[in-house]
Design a protein. Structure first.
Length: 164
């Protein structure tokens, strides 16, 4: 019941899509496919860092939940010192995972992932090729995601604040 309630809260409070492998919550592990919308995250294309605003990841929930933290696997393109590219495993390095306990919940967890996505921490990078490269880049060039303008609680088209 708790997991069902937390997923309902995520669906109600966030503008992301949450697809659950077993809505009856009887067959663990439960896989939750999340499409995060409206949150800027860095990507690297053609020698330039830019932004994506739609990201995909999977949360795997075992029958030990909430005592065992969710397992996060990143599935979309990313250039981030704390999130592995999917080809490298898609793991997410986050204090959210370290600080998880039975009082934690999915809504705060996903909000924490939003914050991590837009705020790369090059001092705490994974030791993979892409994460090391991103850490070096963001140490020399701090990531400045565009501000997201919210209208009545809804995420609107991303706009770069101060752009002409």
């Amino acid at each position: 019941m708790r997991l069902k309630s937390e997923i309902e809260a995520c669906r109600r409070e966030l503008k992301h899509t949450f697809e659950v492998s077993d809505e009856t919550f009887t067959h663990f592990p439960i896989t939750i496919s999340v499409t995060m919308r409206g949150v800027p995250g860095p990507i690297y294309r053609d020698g330039t860092v830019s932004h994506l605003f739609t990201h995909n990841f999977t949360l795997k929930i075992t029958d030990e939940y909430p005592y065992q933290k969710p397992i996060v696997i990143w599935e979309s393109e990313i250039f981030h010192p704390n999130i592995m590219e999917p080809e490298e495993g898609g793991l997410v390095c986050s204090k959210l995972l370290d600080e998880w306990d039975f009082r934690s919940n999915l809504l705060k967890f996903v909000l924490g992932l939003e914050t991590l996505l837009s705020n790369p921490n090059p001092a705490n990078a994974y030791i993979t090729e892409s994460c090391t490269e991103a850490a070096k880049f963001f140490t020399e060039n701090p990531y400045k995601p565009p501000a997201i303008i919210k209208d009545k609680g809804r995420v609107t088209a991303p706009k770069i604040v101060g752009a002409k």
